[in-house]
Structures are given as structure tokens and as C-alpha cells.
Design a binder for this molecule. Structure first.
Ligand code: IPM
Ligand code: MG
Length: 369
């Protein structure tokens, strides 16, 4: 039986609760003979800051670099609102992305039929929705230099963030998007603001060139990022794969998440380039939702995005596409049976907790394996 090393970084808030449910799924797949998962656990975010004074330690980074995949929960919360900027909880996640060179962030937004009524949009708009947002994750305004607040001679302050992209950064994320489109519905929409940003001009030019020269059979559209946000809530099913920069991807993926009913539903994969020799790529999997401090520790959080993220690890890191399909199907089974955590329950309807949802998914998986 194949064996894989996982680094679990549960983080803060609801992170540890939802990660607990992933462990159940991983253990079950081990006992069912699908694959063995050796896990190590470490701190990230505010919990790492409390213990070590940094948002992630060098030792945890070393383990992350060596792991077959990293599973990440969530970071942040009001408790750490005043820690120095460079040690804020989010810095742990950003260091993981940057140091592991996880440039490609895949954020699928799929509307489960049973959940079509949980969305704030009308059923016909989101029923059957299946889109993939491909977000560039190691460049753009998140990491561009200078990034600073300086005091001017007149005493006023001046803040600068730098939006910067080079040709190769755009080319490699465009290829990820086109490759995904080829095994989906063959359509890429590239989103930027070339009407105001030079980086948008280059983005559009490079994506167009990659499309025309390397993927002539894939349909390519360009939507300005603001219009793309509008179209996502107007008629999201027009999209297949959307490719965009780091900041627009952050925003558009939150919009897309809500189409599916709840932020608690959306998994994501952050991937590096395949190693030239081994073909293996560094990878981190995390739910799109945050640490939800308001419900942390109460056993109310929805573990589906976290379990779905593990499903993406099965697919993209371990070559276990069939097992990934089973996990997705088990989630759909549980939703179809009517089980709901609070975030996706109809108003006034009964809701189950984090652990019960995890148990239900494992039970559904057992029936399918
Ligand atoms: C996300 C989050 C992060 C981001 C935060 C936690 C730094 O919002 O993964 O979408 O902005 O990228
Ligand atoms: Mg975000």
C-alpha cells in the first residue's frame, strides 16, 4: 500500500476542529487499504506566535518542505490583532506559499444539488454550477516590493504596495488554467484590469499568447475583474476556468464560494511546479474559509471544505483520483441525506455539529469503498 507523509497545520479558531475530521477520513482510507497516511502536526498562525513568537517556525517550514503534502486549517483572530505586522497569523500562511513556491491556487466552486437552496442566489442560477478559479499565489501585490508605510517630511504618512508580474509568472499560471480547461469544458476566462493597470496589460498579452500558441483549441475570453465579479453573481454558469492574479483571485474566490451556499464548502489546492526529475510537486491544501473565531471551540464548524481539501490532495498530490471521487461522492451523499451544519441549514432547521458531519462522511465513504 502506498504511504504518504502529511504535515497537518490546524492553526487557529475552527482550524483544529475541522482538521480533526480530516484525520478520521485519512485513518479510514488507511484501514480500507487505499493508502497509508503518516501525519505530523505543528503550529501555525496565532497559536505558533503564542508558543514561539513567530507565525511559523523554521522547523515547521522544514517539515513542510519535506512533506508529500501540507494540510492547513485556518489562521487569525481578534486575539492577535495587535501583534507586530511581520508576525501576524497570516504571515505564516504567506511564508508557506512563498517559500514552497506554491504559485498555482486551485479553487473549485461546485454547487451540490442538495445545497442549491442554501445559496443567496436563485436555484436556477447556481444549480449544477462547477467552476474553477485559478489564482496566482506567489506574486502580485501580496509580495511586490516596496511594501511599506513611510512618514513624509510634512509628517503625513504614505503607504505603498506594489503590484508586479513578470512574463514567466503569468505564463506558468496560464498553463495551469489551460491544462485544467482541457479536462473540463475547454474554456478559460482571464480576468485583470488592463484598463487601469500596466500589470493587467501584460497579463492579458501573455495569457493571449500562451493561449494562441500552446492551446489553440481552448476557448479564451477576457473579463475585466470588476465585470467578472458582477458576472459571477449574475450568471456564473457561463464560466469554466477563471484565471487571475493574487488579489483578484482572493476576491473572486470568496464571491464564488458564496454561490455554493457557504464559505464552509470550498476546498483549495496550492501547487508548486513539478520537479524536473521526480515529477512531484510541493503542495498545500486548505479550505477557503477563515478561522471563524465567533464559532471556534463550539463544535459548530462545517468540516466539508477541509475534508474536500484532503480530497484534492488525494487527486493532485497522491494520484488517487478514484479515492478523491469517493470522498466527493460521500460528501454529496451526506448532503443529499439532509444532514447540515449550521452554516448550510435552512433557517430554523436542525443542524448537526462538526464531529457528527465528519462521522457521517466517513460512514458514507464506508458504504462506497
Ligand atoms: C485566502 C485568505 C488569505 C489571503 C489570508 C488569510 C492571508 O483570504 O487564502 O483567501 O488573502 O490569501
Ligand atoms: Mg481570501
Amino acid at each position: 500500500m502506498a504511504s504518504f507523509n502529511l504535515l497537518l497545520l490546524p492553526g487557529d479558531g475552527i482550524g483544529p476542529e475541522v482538521m480533526g475530521e480530516v484525520k478520521k477520513v485519512a485513518d479510514f482510507l488507511g484501514s480500507a487499504g487505499v493508502a497509508k497516511f503518516e501525519t505530523e502536526t505543528d503550529l501555525v498562525g496565532g497559536s505558533a506566535y503564542d508558543a514561539h513568537g513567530v507565525a511559523i517556525t523554521d522547523a515547521a517550514m522544514k517539515t513542510a518542505m519535506a512533506a508529500d503534502a501540507v494540510l492547513f486549517g485556518a489562521v487569525g483572530g481578534p486575539k492577535w490583532a495587535k501583534v507586530p505586522y511581520e508576525h501576524r497569523p497570516e504571515a505564516g500562511l504567506l511564508r508557506l506559499r512563498k517559500d514552497m513556491e506554491l504559485f498555482a491556487n486551485l479553487r473549485p466552486a461546485v454547487c451540490y444539488p442538495a445545497l442549491a437552496d442554501a445559496s443567496s442566489l436563485k436555484r436556477e442560477i447556481i444549480e449544477g454550477l462547477d467552476i474553477m478559479i485559478v489564482r496566482e499565489l506567489t506574486g502580485g501585490v501580496y509580495f511586490g516590493e516596496p511594501k511599506e508605510i513611510v512618514t513624509l517630511e510634512n509628517g503625513e504618512k504614505r503607504a505603498v504596495d506594489t503590484q508586479v508580474y513578470t512574463t514567466h509568472e503569468i505564463e506558468r499560471i496560464a498553463r495551469v488554467a489551460f491544462d485544467l480547461a482541457k479536462v473540463r469544458r475547454n474554456k478559460v476566462t482571464s480576468s485583470e484590469k488592463h484598463n487601469v493597470m500596466r500589470s493587467g496589460v501584460l497579463w492579458k498579452e501573455v495569457v493571449s499568447k500562451v493561449g494562441a500558441t500552446e492551446y489553440p483549441d481552448v476557448e479564451l475570453d477576457h473579463h475585466l475583474a470588476d465585470a467578472c465579479g458582477m458576472q459571477l453573481v449574475r450568471w456564473p454558469k457561463q464560466y469554466d476556468v477563471i484565471v487571475c492574479d493574487n488579489l483578484f483571485g482572493d476576491m473572486l474566490s470568496d464571491v464564488a464560494a458564496m454561490l455554493t451556499g457557504s464559505l464552509g464548502m470550498l476546498p483549495s489546492a496550492s501547487l508548486g511546479a513539478p520537479d524536473a526529475k521526480t515529477g512531484k510537486r510541493k503542495a498545500l491544501y486548505e479550505p477557503v474559509h477563515g478561522s471563524a473565531p465567533d464559532i471556534a471551540g463550539q463544535g459548530l464548524a462545517n468540516p466539508i471544505a477541509m475534508i474536500g481539501s484532503f480530497g484534492m490532495a488525494l487527486r493532485y498530490s497522491f494520484g488517487l483520483g478514484q479515492a478523491a471521487d469517493l470522498v466527493d461522492a460521500a460528501i454529496a451523499d451526506v448532503l443529499a441525506s439532509g444532514s447540515r451544519t449550521r452554516d448550510i441549514a435552512a433557517k430554523g432547521a436542525n443542524a448537526i455539529g462538526t464531529k457528527d458531519m465528519g462521522d457521517a462522511i466517513v460512514a458514507a465513504l464506508k458504504k462506497r469503498v
